[in-house]
Design a protein around this ligand. Structure first.
Ligand code: SAM
Length: 240
């Protein structure tokens, strides 16, 4: 596991939890809660400080949160909420086979180098007929070097567009996401994910590409256009 989650857990918690991040409050948490309704046993792999796990427990599920970072789990325990936390790896989840009705991976797959081992574990822990919910940065639209471009023509006309960087090659990126905070991301094309899950009998039942929250659109010069470029992708997979 990337050391940043140990060394910079407080950075993650300050920037993305307790309601300060619109993507979580307006999109990720409601999308997941809706799809976890009715699940009796939920395993949240790479649970962080527990912002996905706590609402699932509040809704009545038995929830186990697994994370490799002691600093994240210490904060998760402080924040409480009835979740059972276990320190462990996403590629060696310390739970028995078919233990879960639903497994969640929320902004985790792009931080794990060994996709095959990760998917093996998800497929092992989800019971037949159960669900895996995977939220990730959209692999096509947030491939390396993808970004918003503002071009001003000679006549003063704005040409604003989203540039897509190299999409097909897998790549490892150490990205400085904030001054002094370097996070490792593995870029993979969407087919790498879908095919890895399908090969373990986890088939796509639903795919969600939400338009970014308004807060993310207005900072760009063409908010209407920005509304058409999703930042996130959710896959709901069913174990056959
Ligand atoms: C971007 S944070 C997301 C946290 C949480 N899922 C959420 O949405 O709030 C990624 C989390 O994955 C954990 N993580 C990354 N790689 C891991 C691995 N190989 N095994 C276990 N946890 C891992 C990190 O410690 C971190 O807490």
């Amino acid at each position: 596991m990337d050391e940043v989650w140990e060394a910079q857990a407080d950075w993650w918690q300050a920037r993305f939890t307790r309601g300060v991040d619109a993507e979580y409050t307006q999109q990720i948490l409601p999308l997941l809660a809706e799809r976890l309704a009715g699940a009796e046993v939920v395993v949240d792999v790479g649970c962080g400080e527990g912002q996905v796990a706590r609402p699932a427990a509040a809704a009545g599920a038995v929830v186990v949160g697994v994370d490799g970072s002691a600093a994240q789990l210490a904060e998760a325990a402080r924040r409480g909420g009835g979740v059972r936390y276990v320190r462990g790896s996403a590629t060696g989840v310390p739970l028995r086979d078919a233990a879960a009705d639903a497994v969640v991976l929320c902004l985790v797959v792009e931080h794990v180098g060994d996709l095959g081992a990760l998917v093996d574990e998800v497929a092992r822990v989800v019971r037949p007929g159960g669900t895996a919910l995977v939220v990730m940065n959209h692999p096509l639209l947030h491939s390396p070097d993808s970004c918003w471009v503002d071009d001003w023509g000679p006549d003063g006309e704005a040409e604003c567009y989203w540039r897509v960087g190299p999409y097909l090659p897998e790549a490892v990126l150490d990205e400085e996401v904030d001054p002094g905070v370097v996070v490792r991301f593995w870029h993979r094309p969407l087919s790498a994910y879908v095919n890895a899950f399908s090969a373990r009998d986890l088939l796509v039942a639903e795919m969600v590409e939400p338009s970014p929250p308004e807060d993310f659109q207005v900072v760009l010069s063409d908010p209407a256009m920005a509304a058409t470029i999703p930042r996130l992708l959710l896959l709901r997979l069913t174990k056959v």
